[in-house]
Design a protein around this ligand. Structure first.
Ligand code: HEM
Length: 172
């Protein structure tokens, strides 16, 4: 169909189907829904993290590609697709399902959850920075070095370590 021709439309469709499945699970499973939604939340997080670790690697290669070269144009397409098909839908799903879990189990008063929320917001901020940088690369306006992107590659990994410890160990 015409509407599924762009990667953005396909990603939006996949996101809507996953959200529909999540709503059906909540309605049908009732008490057991929590664990199923948590499973989908973790799948969304794995997809989000995969993209958050891969995109800065593409930026590193992009820094070394001459503007207008075939490599530079290919990297632009890869970066935009990664953002539209994986990163953006996965982040939206992780947030919606994570907030539902917190609301359902009343985690909003827990200390670990406040800290997790702060680090999840920081991760979303890094996502925003990546997204804006991909736009700059698309216009051949990147000013940052490959060394900067190599360092930025570590930030989501560090945030992920802290977040997983907070949510699994719940130290406070
Ligand atoms: C985007 C905002 C997020 C919100 C609102 C959120 C919220 C939640 C909540 C309330 C739970 C259930 C905790 C429990 O039942 O013990 C959960 C589970 C989990 N979250 Fe998130 N989360 C978010 C992002 C993330 C991120 C960025 C990561 C990892 C990088 C992550 C990893 C996990 C894991 C591994 C679990 C399963 C923990 C377990 O069952 O022991 N979440 N999340």
């Amino acid at each position: 169909m015409e509407i599924f021709k762009t990667p953005g439309a396909r990603a939006a469709f996949a996101l809507a189907i996953t959200a529909l499945i999540a709503v059906l699970l909540i309605l049908i499973l009732d008490d057991a829904a929590y664990d199923w939604i948590k499973a989908i939340h973790i799948m969304a997080i794995i997809s989000w993290m995969a993209g958050m670790l891969y995109l800065p690697r593409l930026f590193v290669y992009h820094c070394d590609a001459a503007p207008g070269s075939e490599l530079s144009e290919t990297l632009k397409v890869m970066e935009q697709r990664l953002l539209r098909i994986i990163l953006n839908p996965a982040m939206i799903l992780a947030w919606i399902l994570g907030l539902w879990l917190a609301w359902n189990a009343n985690w909003f008063s827990a200390g670990w959850f406040h800290a997790k929320l702060a680090f999840a917001l920081a991760l979303s901020g890094v996502h925003g920075h990546y997204s804006a940088s991909a736009r700059r690369f698309a216009n051949d306006q990147n000013t940052r070095s490959s060394r900067y992107w190599r360092m930025m590659n570590e930030v989501p990994a560090l945030l992920m370590v802290v977040i997983v410890i907070l949510v699994v160990v719940k130290p406070f």
